[in-house]
Design a protein around this ligand. Structure first.
Ligand SMILES: [Mg+2]
Length: 76
């Protein structure tokens, strides 16, 4: 189920730049919602104890920091 929803989001994201309008934007938003709900379910399944919560938080912080640094690097 999660994989199917993610594949649907990939499909609409690939289609969107070729045809940008309200209809394709709505498709992207709908699939973002589906994946968001799937991610919440995956977290409920896999983040079930203190160890997993700490690992999740540490990976999240690390990756947000990397993204922030990457975005700073793109500034002129
Ligand atoms: Mg979907």
């Amino acid at each position: 189920m999660a994989i199917e929803e993610m594949a649907e989001l990939i499909q609409v994201l690939m289609k969107y730049p070729r045809k940008e309008n309200h209809s394709t934007l709505n498709e992207v938003i709908e699939e973002i919602v589906d994946v968001d709900i799937m991610l919440e379910q995956l977290k409920m399944i896999f983040i079930t104890d203190a160890y997993a919560e700490i690992q999740y938080s540490e990976f999240r912080q690390l990756k947000l920091k990397r993204l922030e640094e990457m975005l700073k690097g793109d500034e002129p």
